[in-house]
Design a protein around this ligand. Structure first.
Ligand code: AMP
Length: 284
């Protein structure tokens, strides 16, 4: 596995792969790699000749009062995790390498898709995500790029961006990897105290409860939202940011009865740590 810090170095490495017709897969990450990231890397390794993993804490997707500075960084450990999972190249540039100018060029998906869910409290987040992924796609020119369903809104935003801007890349969306008690793996789980960690399992439990209701025929969005909300609210350490439900694809509003696949998504704070989780509800 090769660790590469500059765009020039990376392009030189990839040039021969492109010329020899080798398929290139990209797994964009912000590091602090866990089994969720590893599952993406392993899938990429299986489906491509060359697996590139980017490790870059992207400053433009963090708001002014968010955790950019304290976001966990450990490149040595991440390289080991990525190597074991099947990475061939790690691309870990400094911010100046990817953002050489202070006068920014942005890529911005617009509309409801970026205004609901996390977009409501993180108004610049998806502009930062779309911009950094565009830069990575242009530098690497991957055949396939791997993203986790854990960040469901990110998936919808990037699908739209790829479609609208005709990016010649196939997006591969991988399932959420969880701890044994159901908590979705996240780099931010390390911020939780042991009490908060125990309490956080309510996210998974409430989504599973909604799934059970849906399976036995409940199709009223508000009933499902209320069931999840009351279960999470009953956990004293939780502070709900949102519990929302939108139609897929595209996070469209859902009428009074669900007749299409929907995303039920939650964001909940435990102390200062904000966790997200979601489930897709779809009739058999
Ligand atoms: P991040 O480093 O948090 O930006 O995540 C990089 C990629 O890993 C994103 O596509 C995430 O959706 C994905 N990811 C993060 N956590 C998980 C998880 N628990 N299961 C599957 N994919 C995940």
């Amino acid at each position: 596995m090769i660790l590469c810090k500059s765009i020039l170095e990376l392009k030189n490495l990839l040039n021969s792969a492109h010329h020899n017709g080798k398929s290139i897969g990209l797994v964009p990450t912000m590091g602090a790699l866990h089994e969720g990231h590893a599952s993406l890397i392993t899938a990429c390794h299986k489906e491509n000749d060359l697996t590139v993993v980017s490790i870059f804490v992207n400053p433009t997707q963090f708001g002014p009062n968010e955790d950019y500075e304290k976001y966990p960084r450990n490149l040595t450990k991440d390289c080991q995790t990525a190597d074991t999972a099947g990475a061939d190249i790690i691309f870990s540039p400094k911010p100046k390498e990817l953002y050489p100018s202070n006068d920014m060029t942005w890529v911005e998906v617009t509309g409801n898709i970026v205004k609901v869910l996390c977009g409501r409290t993180r108004p610049i987040h998806f502009r930062g995500v779309a911009t950094i992924i565009t830069k990575l796609f242009h530098i690497i020119n991957p055949d396939k790029a791997y993203f986790g369903q854990k960040d469901a809104q990110q998936v919808e935003v990037l699908k739209k961006m790829v479609k609208d801007l005709f990016f010649p890349v196939q997006l591969r969306i991988m399932p959420i990897i969880r701890e044994s008690d159901g908590l979705a793996k996240s780099s931010r789980n390390t911020y939780l105290t042991s009490e908060q960690r125990k309490a956080a399992v309510v996210l998974y439990k409430s989504l599973q409860y909604a799934k059970k209701l849906f399976t036995v025929g409940e199709r009223r969005p508000q009933t499902l939202i209320s069931a999840v909300t009351s279960m999470i609210a009953a956990e004293p350490l939780s502070h709900i940011d949102y519990v929302e439900l939108y139609g897929l694809p595209g996070l469209v509003p859902v009428p009074t009865t669900i007749t299409q696949p929907v995303l039920l998504a939650v964001a909940v704070k435990f102390g200062e740590t904000r966790l997200i989780d979601n489930i897709i509800l779809e009739a058999e």
